[in-house]
Design a protein. Structure first.
Length: 128
């Protein structure tokens, strides 16, 4: 490996190490509502959005408010960019995704390796 490759490896390892602590402190301050170095620029923008949307920043939203906001949304008609959710295709895709994600949660990738090799061997035998 030449020096460009080593520099790339060093940079890839050093950047997360060097930026981890400052980013953690910044995000901690944001979540705790403390002042950050971006506040002078972003606070006016945030207040403008809150004023335009009628949101009170000093009051948190309860679960009843979330449910009311979701129920107040109008039902839109399906268009070219949407898919209806009351048909068999949607149900099949939903069940398929649940099975795939559930399987990936319970079967680690190394356990699936022999299964993949088995199917590859079967396909190779069919090709003979």
């Amino acid at each position: 490996m030449n020096w460009h490759g080593w520099a790339e490896v060093a940079l890839t390892l050093a950047l997360p190490f060097l930026l981890g602590w400052p980013m953690g402190v910044f995000i901690s301050r944001v979540w705790n509502g403390e002042r950050t170095w971006l506040d002078p620029m972003l606070r006016p923008v945030e207040r403008g959005f809150y004023a335009a949307l009628g949101v009170r920043a000093d009051q948190s939203q309860t679960w009843i408010a979330y449910a009311g906001a979701l129920s107040a949304k109008p039902k839109l008609a399906p268009s070219a960019g949407t898919s209806p959710t009351d048909g068999g295709l949607f149900v099949g895709l939903l069940i398929g995704m649940i099975l795939i994600f559930g399987g990936l949660q319970f079967f680690p990738g190394l356990a699936l390796g022999p299964i993949v090799e088995h199917f590859q061997a079967l396909q190779a035998l069919r090709g003979l």
